[in-house]
Design a protein around this ligand. Structure first.
Ligand SMILES: Nc1nc2c(ncn2[C@@H]2O[C@H](COP(=O)(O)OP(=O)(O)OP(=O)(O)O)[C@@H](O)[C@H]2O)c(=O)[nH]1
Ligand SMILES: [Mg+2]
Length: 298
């Protein structure tokens, strides 16, 4: 069988995480309509009878303005060097700009096969797609990548073909993961990610960028069938705290309820979430706090 690791890179919001979930066939990464949703690398193992692809989802590559963002971009560029191949995702509905060109340069320098996925084709009328593909094929910035695959992570169109193309670029070998292994994300981290996703769905402007979720504890409650999670949503300013708490606590309750419902569905047991909001100015530049968010990992 074909076996190997593929780094999934691209600008923020291109649809990398949605595409990784579609290839894996399960949700291993949170998704939102806000850029910079993914903040660290996420492994998702995609399988077909003849191939096992370890997909490494990465934060969108962007110009960093805070230490947090420098670390995010490093997560992505580090993934490029370790992989057997690269899946470079661009948004079909957007013009190619300097951001995509910068990612293209990084991919080219990595020295491994690059598959260019033109994602979100469901947003285009059929007659607009061909000129876009032709333009990419003729553009010196994008020309010469191993394959060009139009795809829709949302509808699933061409996702199987993309899998086959990726597998075709991998070496032959034996499966590297147990058959039921999907992702390496520890449960505690996943709980934090689901809370973030629900917050991202419900907020806008600065809050999607300026929040973090810290899981304080995960333990059995007085009723041992219920897992009690204590978590803090960290924001940078009082005004942001007011918005995340909401009128009479409505916003934080809505975030907590949506997160609880998803966790119960996915993990098959009951949860009780205790969420609080705390203001910590400039946490995005605070190395010690960032290291704590990474679970002490550097
Ligand atoms: N219409 C359409 N929307 C898509 C498609 N793929 C992703 N999206 C949407 O695009 C937005 C961004 O998707 P993500 O998967 O979070 O994008 P990402 O590249 O992982 O973004 P970052 O983690 O911020 O770098 C979400 O609103 C998705 O629902 C697609 O094929 N079609
Ligand atoms: Mg993502």
């Amino acid at each position: 069988m074909r076996v190997g690791e593929i780094a999934v890179v691209g600008r923020p919001n291109a649809g990398k995480s949605t595409l990784v979930n579609a290839l894996v066939g399960e949700k291993v990464a949170i998704v939102s309509d806000k850029p910079q949703t993914t903040r660290s690398r996420i492994l998702g193992v995609a399988r077909r009878p003849d191939a096992e692809i370890a997909l490494v989802d990465t934060p969108g590559i962007h110009r960093p303005q805070y230490r947090m963002n420098s670390a995010m971009v490093r997560e992505a560029t580090d993934a490029l060097s370790g992989a057997d191949g690269i899946l470079f995702v661009v948004d079909a509905a957007e013009e190619r700009g300097a951001g995509d060109a910068a990612v293209a340069g990084l991919c080219r320098n990595a020295g491994t096969p690059v598959v260019l996925a033109v994602n979100k084709i469901d947003l285009l009328k059929k007659d607009r797609l061909l000129p876009i593909l032709a333009a990419l094929g003729g553009d010196p910035v994008y020309r010469g990548f191993a394959d060009l695959v139009p795809v829709s992570a949302r509808t699933g169109e061409n996702v199987d073909r993309l899998f086959a193309v990726l597998a075709g670029r991998l070496p032959e070998g034996d499966a590297a993961y147990p058959a039921d292994f999907l992702t390496a994300t520890p449960e505690t981290e996943w709980i934090g990610e689901v809370i973030r996703e629900k917050l991202l769905e419900r907020t806008r402007d600065e809050i999607p960028f300026a929040h973090a979720v810290v899981i304080e504890s995960v333990r059995p409650g007085a009723d041992p069938d219920i897992t009690v999670v204590t978590a803090t949503i960290v924001v940078e300013r009082e005004g942001q705290k007011g918005i995340v708490v909401g009128k009479g606590g409505a916003m934080i309750r809505s975030i907590g309820q949506a997160a609880r419902e998803e966790l119960e569905r996915e993990l098959g047991r009951r949860f009780y979430l205790e969420l609080t909001v705390r203001v910590q100015p400039d946490w995005r530049n605070d190395e010690r706090f960032l290291s704590r968010l990474r679970g002490g990992k550097t």
